[in-house]
Design a protein around this ligand. Structure first.
Ligand SMILES: [Zn+2]
Length: 408
């Protein structure tokens, strides 16, 4: 009798000890904060050279049109991402290329300077394994990517120059065709019908060095050719499904399925014009252009001048209200591709500081809402870990394992 009673007592003690873990499921927020979250398209470096602007300060989009800083990353549980070296396209001339090359190198230096200045909170990442190591130190993971390889011009040796600066993801084009490839949005239509001869060598060079190739902004033909030529899976760092909203920057389901079949990943974008039809407002755009001319380059504004600019800008925007998509639209795109190709081929690249952001998903502080909704839709913690970072790191790991250059 006594032995049996003791046994019952022990069992109940064990059950009581086990109960909290079994009964109390972790909240979506707890899960979100536990996983390694990366966004694959942060245009934040655009602000690094702004006078008086520090990533360590808490900003708002309303005050300075930014969506990412250290306080908001902490609030939104964002562990890091790919910080883009974006270069606007100019003339395809030797002078244009030299200026773009210098601007892109300067941008890479600004990323390094930001990390060096805030080395207690940020660390540069170069390999797939670096992410977990940096996160374990409680620091933000800073990978670098190139959006628009126009700065490469016709000199493919520059791909290695940027690799050496730490770039691990690279896309050939932006809004316009260049000497490497056709854009999805060039008003003149296709120039190469995909990649140029140089563009094909560019793909081989990225493979040789172990960089992830990014087909966002590229035309469908470029996507097809990159998918075929690349020896490792490619990424769409910030794109959406055209089945949900038809736009040249979005991609059709058949291509998403072929991307997945080759091991690739599509990272969902939140740029309003790629989520819903937003009527053009030429008068407002004209007034904003005039405002920009009055004040000069936005990146150079600070203090009271910035405040005055923002006040005038808000007044113009209030005068011409425009429909705006919401987090529901972003989730609809995300859930569509998840159903189409599964959790191994989908990720997050919301184009922060580059035009992304919708109602309810205004800046990176709102990111836990995505995890909350994914969990509500039935996705598990391990699914979320893949979506939020595991997939892109798998691509980087594979690109680096297959690199043939002794580049490191
Ligand atoms: Zn972009």
């Amino acid at each position: 009798m006594r032995a049996a009673a003791l046994k019952i007592l022990c069992v109940s003690v064990l059950l009581a000890a086990a109960a909290p873990a079994v009964l109390a499921a972790d909240s979506a927020d707890t899960i979100h904060r536990r996983i390694l979250t990366l966004d694959t398209h942060l245009d934040t470096p655009d602000s690094f050279g702004r006078p008086g602007w520090s990533i360590m300060d808490a900003h708002t989009f309303y005050d300075d049109r930014t969506q990412v800083d250290y306080p908001r990353m902490v609030k939104g549980g964002l562990k890091g991402g790919f910080f883009a070296i974006y270069t606007a396209q100019g003339p395809r001339t030797p002078e244009g290329y030299a200026a773009a090359r210098d601007a892109a190198i300067k941008r890479a230096v600004e990323i390094r300077e930001m990390v060096a200045k805030n080395s207690e909170h940020f660390e540069l990442a170069f390999t797939a394994d670096d992410a977990a190591k940096i996160a374990a130190k409680g620091k933000i993971i800073v990978y670098q990517s190139i959006e628009n390889s126009y700065p490469i011009g016709k000199d493919l040796t520059l791909v290695k120059t940027f690799y050496d600066l730490g770039v691990r993801m690279i896309g050939p084009v932006h809004f316009s065709n260049n000497d490497l490839a056709d854009s999805a949005t060039d008003r003149m239509g296709p120039e190469w019908h995909g990649l140029s001869q140089l563009g094909k060598q560019f793909v081989a060079e990225a493979n040789r060095l172990g960089m992830v190739l990014d087909a966002s902004h590229a035309s469908d033909d470029v996507f097809d050719q990159m998918l075929e030529l690349s020896t490792t899976p490619i990424i769409l760092s910030h794109s959406g499904p055209s089945a949900m909203f038809k736009h040249p920057r979005n991609i059709d389901d058949a291509r998403i399925m072929r991307l997945a079949a080759k091991g690739g990943v599509i990272q969902i974008n939140s740029l309003p014009n790629y989520l819903m039809a937003i009527p053009e407002v030429p008068q407002r755009d004209m007034e904003i252009r005039a405002l920009n001319q009055k004040y000069g380059p936005f990146r150079t504004l600070e203090g009271d001048t910035l405040k005055a600019y923002m006040a005038e800008r808000h007044a113009i925007e209030a005068k011409y209200p425009s429909p705006r998509p919401s987090i529901d639209d972003v989730m609809a795109h995300l859930l569509h591709v998840l159903k189409l190709v599964g959790v191994d081929h989908v990720g997050i690249g919301l184009d922060w500081d580059g035009g992304g952001g919708v109602r309810g998903l205004e800046d990176v502080a709102d990111l836990p809402k995505i995890s909350e909704r994914l969990i509500a839709a039935g996705y598990s913690e391990s699914d979320l870990a893949k979506i939020w970072g595991g997939n892109v790191l798998r691509l980087l790991r594979e690109a680096q394992a297959k690199a043939t250059a002794s580049a490191r």
